[in-house]
Write a protein that binds this ligand. Structure first.
Ligand code: NAD
Length: 476
């Protein structure tokens, strides 16, 4: 049984949970010790005890540790990518890509550790100087989802440590394997005891214990809207700093003047790669009348070339859905869309393979309208719907007609429409002729409306959440 990491020690518990491969439910990857409330509180205490010294630690030390972590992740990309594919169901290629991303993030924040900077202002009063500096927040609780089991933890843990915070990390129940492998690397990286702690277990127990504890100074959360609201409500009484990244219902607008090949590729990649289980997935394809028929045929033809199968099979383009619950949610939404008048134009059926896994053919639903549930609620699977619209103005209106605002895309060769869409799309990230999913790691990531709350993640913008500002006045 793989243990927890608390206060620099590996800790076993009496209760363990199986980690099951969604491509082959008979394949148990390992068993992981489950923390309870008590272990979580011990981890928070360890992080509190370590906070002052780590907050004052030498920047070269921080750089070297983060660099060491990034180098080890990169050197083990095939092995860790295979573990990721085995426990989450991304294809091997996608798994390796995500592991490389995690490594790049640690290497990026290794450099950022050396660039902690502030501002100097002249005072309005004579003889006084003003300095603006940044300091650590303290103990940061990190609560992560299952769909990016190593990249999301990396983009929260790396900046937290870079800016001198200590961490209590709670991964999602379905993906303890990547979390444990990452914790093992961090444990051997030279971090002082208690600076990084791993507590695996149910959200209702371990996550809740993090929310309930006033010693946790900040929480960075990624997951569903309902859990995000819980994090917010639990944090208000403590006036705790929070960062919430939640769901999406991301539009991809395709205009008559789009390059058809580009539009089809953006739609197929954005909607179905990583089995559509990306918060930035293009789940609403909003298409103008003149290109609608050609676009739909193009997407169907491309989908027909893709193979759904075991994540570790090199021939697989789309891996399994993550578990039976998510699969049943995907199937329910396909049925709801059809019952409300949508036509299933491709896929949507279970696929049988040699191993017993949660395989679903990517589903394309056409003739849908903006008010249908399929266009209002996040499915989080390989399911996309097409909305036919008259022109660009109608497309923009439909694109913004959602409670979410994470990513929004447009495929067009018109500079006028591209510029207008960049300005008017109500989303944190806007993509022109590139898929709505797939981002760089050195620039801000996040959304608006119900998709996000709090400062942006990633790049130098991460410092806004992971550090606090101090203004000092000095008279010599
Ligand atoms: P989830 O909300 O079910 O779980 C997220 C995390 O919260 C897990 O670690 C879970 O154990 C924990 N949790 C559950 N109950 C809790 C509680 N009472 N207190 C504290 N923690 C608790 O989400 P999920 O199913 O793991 O992930 C899918 C969701 O994540 C989708 O909505 C997706 O859009 C979203 N997501 C968003 C982004 C983004 O950056 N915007 C990125 C990836 C995923």
């Amino acid at each position: 049984m793989k243990p927890l990491l608390i206060g620099g020690e590996w800790v076993t518990t009496s209760h363990g949970m199986k980690n099951v491969n969604p491509s082959d439910i008979g394949d148990v990857i390992d068993i992981y010790a489950q923390a309870g409330r008590a272990e979580t509180q011990t981890a928070i205490e360890a992080a509190s005890q370590a906070a002052t010294a780590w907050g004052m630690s030498n920047l070269q030390q921080r750089h070297d540790i983060l660099h060491r972590i990034g180098v080890e992740i990169l050197s083990r990309k095939e092995e860790l990518g295979a573990l990721l594919a085995r426990e989450e169901g991304k294809t091997l290629q996608e798994g390796i890509g995500e592991v490389m991303r995690a490594a790049q993030i640690f290497l990026y924040f290794a450099s950022e550790a050396l660039r902690q900077k502030g501002d100097v202002f002249a005072s309005t009063r004579s003889g006084i100087g003003i300095e603006i500096t940044r300091e650590p927040v303290g103990v940061v609780g990190i609560i992560a989802p299952w769909n990016f089991p190593i990249a999301i933890p990396a983009w929260k843990i790396a900046p937290a440590l870079c800016y001198g915070n200590t961490v209590v990390f709670k991964p999602a129940e379905l993906v303890p394997g990547c979390a444990w492998a990452l914790a093992d690397i961090l444990h051997r990286s030279g971090l002082p005891k208690g600076v990084f702690n791993l507590v695996i277990g149910p959200g209702s127990v371990v996550g809740q214990a993090i929310l309930d504890d006033p010693r946790v100074n900040a929480i960075s959360f990624t997951g569903s809207q309902s859990t995000g609201a819980r994090v917010a409500n639990a944090s208000v009484p403590f006036l705790r700093r929070i960062q919430l990244e939640m769901g999406g219902k991301n539009p991809l607008v395709v205009l008559d003047d789009a390059d058809l090949d580009v539009a089809v590729e953006c739609a197929v990649d954005g909607s179905f790669f990583s089995t559509g289980q990306r918060c930035t997935a293009s789940s609403r394809l909003i298409v103008t009348e003149g290109i609608h028929a050609r676009f739909v045929s193009g997407v169907v033809d491309r989908l027909a070339t893709l193979r759904v199968g075991h994540a570790l099979d090199k021939a697989t383009d789309i891996g399994p859905v993550v578990d039976a619950n998510q699969l049943s949610q995907d199937l329910d939404y396909i049925a709801i869309a059809r019952s409300q008048g949508g036509h299933l134009r491709f896929g949507g059926e279970l696929v049988r393979r040699e191993t017993e896994g949660h395989f679903l053919a990517p589903a394309l639903i056409v003739e849908t309208s903006p008010d249908m549930r399929i266009n209002r609620e996040e499915v989080f699977g390989p399911v996309a719907s097409v909305i036919r619209v008259k022109d660009y103005d109608a497309a923009l209106h439909v694109a913004n007609d959602t409670e979410f605002g994470l990513s929004a895309g447009i495929c067009t060769t018109s500079l006028k429409h591209a510029v207008d869409f960049k300005r008017k799309a109500q989303a944190g990230m806007v993509m022109v002729n590139v898929p709505t999913a797939g981002v760089d790691y050195h620039v801000p990531f996040g959304g608006r409306k119900a998709s996000s709350y709090g400062p942006r993640e990633q790049g130098t913008y991460a410092s806004e959440f992971f550090s606090v500002v101090k203004t000092s006045y000095t008279s010599a």
